[in-house]
Design a binder for this molecule. Structure first.
Ligand code: PEP
Ligand code: MN
Length: 333
């Protein structure tokens, strides 16, 4: 729409699109509003869109993903989640245990990471474990513990939902719904979280391309939820010295193709606590809008992902270094 287009002009176009059986997705930018039209190309071509008042031009988006593309929205997306912010210069520092194990473990970690400067608490209540014999998470009891941690620290909660049947329950407790790497192409689950009024964080599948990852985000956006955070968590390569290979290049690639915030998870990417610092700094330099870091009061005793978890002291050292370099990349926590 033209920079001076009125609300009435926008409503008129939306009405016409809906009458023709097309979907209208509105993105209000600083200078102009873009109306994303989804539907049959022929139906779109049959509408005299350019003569409607306020319309500046009609532009096809050639990429397979539409709503999450930079073409649809030039400015970086930004979300306020509780008292925290992420995207467009705001850095999301998500930290916490791999799994919620006990109330003491979760509360002590939440309080410590908050004190250091983290602005989100992460923790799994439903765990996607390779072995059915490994600890599977505490389920709803874990969600309740996370909610108590939020109450005591004010930190918004990031937690995974693995199954369509749990979406409503997890949404009741969580502030950010995490889609795990193994579920990145679970299209029914993506559509279901797309119907929720909660931001969604999509982890990159470890065998998925950037384009497939953006298509996963498109599922969520198409279902109506535009609050999406992408998380690079490493991909499978021939290299065996790390658990996965952090694809640092995906960060600037995503930033050029999409307006969505992208964060890095060096914990799952490397599987090694000694690599968290260098990989965090590299991700920030590459343009990451945040980090997801696993922290445990006693990594040796962790029920899940101990070898990659930082203890309190190491996390505190990491945050001081992060805080030092963030201003050089025009980011603030
Ligand atoms: C996690 O964040 O706890 C997790 C299981 O990550 P991923 O889905 O990336 O393996
Ligand atoms: Mn983990």
């Amino acid at each position: 729409m033209k920079p001076g287009a009125t609300e009435r002009d926008i409503e008129h176009v939306v009405e016409k699109l809906k009458e023709a059986g097309l979907e209208a997705h509105i993105s209000k930018g600083k200078y102009r509003t873009v109306i994303g039209v989804i539907g049959d190309e022929e139906l779109i071509a049959n509408l005299p869109l350019t003569i409607y008042p306020g319309v500046e031009k009609v532009m096809p988006v050639l990429k397979p993903y539409k709503l999450v593309s930079r073409e649809f929205q030039i400015e970086d997306s930004f979300f306020k989640i509780g008292n925290s912010k992420i995207g467009a210069g705001y850095f999301g520092l998500m930290a916490g245990p791999c799994s919620v194990e006990t109330i003491e473990q979760t509360l002590s970690t939440a309080k410590f990471v908050k004190e250091c400067g983290a602005n989100f608490l992460r923790g799994g209540a439903y765990k996607p474990r390779t072995s059915p014999y490994s600890f599977q998470g505490l389920g709803e009891e874990g969600l309740k513990i996370l909610a108590q941690a939020r109450e005591e620290t004010g930190l918004p909660i990031v937690t995974e939902v693995m199954d369509v049947r749990d979406v409503e329950l997890v949404s009741h407790y969580a502030d950010v719904l995490q889609i795990g790497a193994r579920n990145m192409q679970n299209f029914l689950l993506l559509t279901e979280v797309g119907r929720q009024d909660k931001p969604v964080m999509i982890k990159r599948g470890f065998s998925n391309t950037v384009e497939e990852w953006l298509m996963a985000a498109e599922y969520v956006a198409k279902a109506g939820n535009k609050k999406i955070i992408l998380c690079e968590r490493g991909i499978r390569t021939f290299e065996t010295s790390t658990r996965n290979t952090l694809d640092v290049s995906s960060i600037p690639v995503i930033k050029s193709l999409s307006h969505l915030p992208v964060i890095a998870d060096p914990s799952h990417a490397s599987g090694r606590s000694d690599l968290i610092l260098p990989l965090s700094l590299a991700s920030i330099a590459a343009g990451a809008d945040g980090l997801l870091i696993e922290v445990h009061p006693n990594p040796e005793e962790a029920l899940c992902d101990g070898p990659q978890s930082l203890n309190f002291e190491k996390f505190s050292e990491l945050v001081s270094q992060i805080k030092e370099i963030l201003p050089h990349f025009s980011k603030t926590i």
